[in-house]
Write a protein that binds this ligand. Structure first.
Ligand SMILES: [Zn+2]
Ligand SMILES: [Zn+2]
Length: 240
């Protein structure tokens, strides 16, 4: 899993960490950053590609962890301290207001986020690991300045690809992941006129290809040039 990140001039927030602390620290070095620069970690849900390194990273470096109680109960040891996130209830972390958004995914209490930078009014959304687009998601992710969006699979590639039947069903199910079509559906439903940054993320290496994603995006008006987040390289700093 790539490591989406949200940065202000003063502080660095990290969303999820599926890597070991060692591997994650190496990846931070590519961005000229260190774990000490992170002042909050937000965890979306307990699946390993998002949570794998979170508890140790926070414990090793004294970083506050923010997550839903359902997610915490799935992966944290009893007594591990965390700050509770509640869907629909925004919290200010540093100069950023974080709005946790409920999504349909096969985890205990999965959340995705919309960030609102208080000093300049910019809004940036992160939406991955969602089985379909709900009207709640459309409302929450409307009129953003930047969006990191899952384009997990092409339905035909998933159907004919190497996954066993049960996994195909899970990924393509209503609590699995967003297909290219479902993500395009979201982009058609929200007002993208102010969107100046769009990142395609959580792209399956087996069931999708960036060229198919790009073809779909080309059919839309009012959408900025697409940035691809790759599993190996992540993506470079972006300006929203
Ligand atoms: Zn995931
Ligand atoms: Zn997941």
């Amino acid at each position: 899993m790539v490591t989406p990140r949200w940065c202000s001039m003063m502080a660095l927030r990290l969303v999820d960490c599926g890597f070991s602390v060692r591997k994650f620290t190496q990846r931070l070095q590519r961005l000229a950053m260190a774990p000490e620069d992170i002042d909050a970690v937000l965890l979306t849900h307990e699946h390993g590609d998002h949570s794998g390194g979170v508890a140790r990273l926070c414990a090793n470096h004294g970083i506050p962890l923010w997550t839903a109680i359902g997610t915490a109960s799935a992966i944290l040891d009893a007594g591990y301290e965390f700050n509770m996130l509640v869907a629909g209830r925004s919290v200010a972390i540093g100069g950023i207001e974080v709005m946790p958004v409920t999504v349909p995914h096969d985890a205990r209490e999965p959340l995705q986020f919309v960030f609102h930078q208080i000093d300049n009014g910019k809004r940036f959304g992160i939406l991955t690991d969602s089985g379909h687009i709900t009207s709640h998601i459309v409302e929450a992710f409307d009129r953003l300045d930047g969006l990191l969006l899952e384009f997990n699979y092409d339905p035909q590639m998933l159907e004919t690809g190497p996954y066993p039947p049960a996994l195909k069903q899970r990924v393509g199910g209503s609590h699995g992941h967003l297909s290219n079509q479902q993500s395009l559906e979201l982009l058609r439903k929200i007002d993208t006129s102010g969107l100046n940054c769009l990142i395609a993320a959580h792209i399956s290496e087996k069931n999708n290809s960036p060229s198919i994603v790009a073809e779909g995006i080309e059919q839309l008006a009012d959408v900025p040039e697409l940035v691809f987040a790759s599993q190996e390289e992540g993506f470079d700093w972006i300006l929203v």
